[in-house]
Design a protein around this ligand. Structure first.
Ligand code: MLT
Length: 407
């Protein structure tokens, strides 16, 4: 008899964004004449920057010529991309990261979901609440939690992020071994200061814990005083892994490219306290389970660092951030307290009511899809997230419809 991994029975039946898509599809089927504007899942709408498509085309041409064709590439990524990442995303900001500490992959979702495989099953894990559901669900699948009760999985330490703490979690009262942090935050759009991040790094050093730092939205930081990488903080190399993605930075949600940084000095321990570099374990996993990102995609990603690439990427970011400002300003004018939308493409709105109810009102009366905060955890109830990823005219139309619906 083939038996199921019973941890899957603990999961809510569908992934948050699949559930929303399902609800929207039911509504659309019943109301085919309605034009729905999607400001729910953070999926980009603008075309790839020209620098990326040119590099992409050129690389595809190389693949069609026997002299330049390539088969399997290095699982960790081509040096041309890893070197640019190290130079422009880290060394340029005085973060001491070298090319061989970077692992190119097909997504930060996959990497943040897969990395938990490397840790023991009896560790204590801290996750923010609200939280990007991947961090929680992958640990549920691996059996590190008990059942879902009263909006939470038993066995996890939930770090409450509320208006009171500016959606930046306080250090846990109990000792934890693995900490998930995400800044600029998904879903709240909150950011973390250097001083606040230093407290987490110091905590991790003291407890021999590990921080998984999801920086997928770093490109949206306008305030240059904010840290862009956890490695700008002294000591972080020894206790942190960082995840980044090209998805939102340059419109690669469908193209797929990301990377994970594991410094060689970052350690994990066995039951006797012996230390091992995490880098070697991730390398072992990556080379066993992954065959690398395609050559043309890596060339397209590389293009954002050279020639007109940086300027074109900035134009793309500015475009979405204009939407973010429009959303934040209008919702504030309507009397709602908003977080995010300044250094992040997400605006987190206190709805003063139940999240799903507010979601339904916006869907049915304004024909706008948002993301109910309750889907991100208990502390998310009473909030919705609006994404800035859409075209200006559609966002404007959606905001007019929201204004009318909420009158
Ligand atoms: C989101 O909307 O939270 C993101 O698009 C999800 C993701 O990047 O996987």
């Amino acid at each position: 008899m083939i038996r199921v991994n019973e941890n899957y029975l603990k999961l809510k039946s569908s992934y948050l964004f699949s559930e929303i898509a399902q609800r929207v599809s039911v509504y659309q089927k019943a109301n085919p004449e309605v034009q729905i504007t999607r400001l729910g899942i953070g999926d980009v709408t603008r075309e790839l920057p020209k620098a990326c498509t040119e590099a992409f085309h050129k690389a595809v041409n190389e693949m069609s010529d026997i002299g330049t064709f390539r088969g399997y590439g290095p699982e960790q990524g081509y040096d041309f991309l890893r070197e640019k990442v190290a130079q422009f995303d880290y060394q340029a900001r005085n973060a001491d990261i070298s090319a061989d500490e970077i692992f190119i992959s097909d997504g930060a979702k996959c990497d943040t979901g897969n990395i938990q495989e490397l840790f023991s099953n009896d560790i204590t894990i801290a996750v923010p609440d609200p939280v990007y559901p991947v961090y929680v669900d992958t640990n549920v699948m691996a059996g590190r939690t008990s059942d879902f009760e009263d909006g939470r999985y038993g066995g996890l330490v939930y770090l409450e992020c509320t208006e009171k703490n500016g959606f930046v979690p306080d250090l846990p009262k109990q000792k934890v071994d693995l900490i998930y942090l995400c800044f600029p935050n998904n879903p709240t759009g909150a950011t973390i200061s250097r001083e606040q991040l230093k407290k987490w790094v110091d905590y991790a050093k003291k407890e021999k814990a590990l921080i998984l730092y999801d920086a997928a939205y770093v490109a949206f930081i306008n305030d240059k005083s904010l840290p862009q990488s956890i490695y700008e903080i002294e000591g972080a190399r020894d206790v942190a892994v960082e995840f980044r993605s090209y998805s939102k930075t340059c419109g690669f949600t469908g193209t797929r490219c990301a990377y994970t940084v594991i410094p060689k000095s970052c350690m994990v321990y066995d039951r006797n306290g012996n230390a091992y570099p995490l880098h070697g374990f991730w390398n072992r996993r990556h080379t066993t389970k992954f065959n690398g990102v395609s050559y043309p995609v890596q060339r397209a990603a590389e293009a954002i660092y050279i020639g007109d690439g940086p300027k074109q990427v900035q134009e793309l970011i500015d475009y979405y951030m204009t939407n973010a400002k429009m959303i934040r300003d209008r919702m504030t004018l309507l009397g709602y307290v908003c977080t995010g939308g300044i250094n992040s493409p997400y605006i987190w709105i206190n709805t003063k009511t139940d999240s799903w109810e507010f979601f339904d009102t916006l869907l049915k009366k304004a024909h706008v899809v948002t993301t109910p905060g309750a889907g991100f955890g208990k502390c998310g109830n009473g909030y919705i997230r609006i994404s800035a990823f859409n075209m200006h005219d559609k966002v404007e139309k959606a905001l007019d419809a929201i204004s009318a619906a909420l009158k």
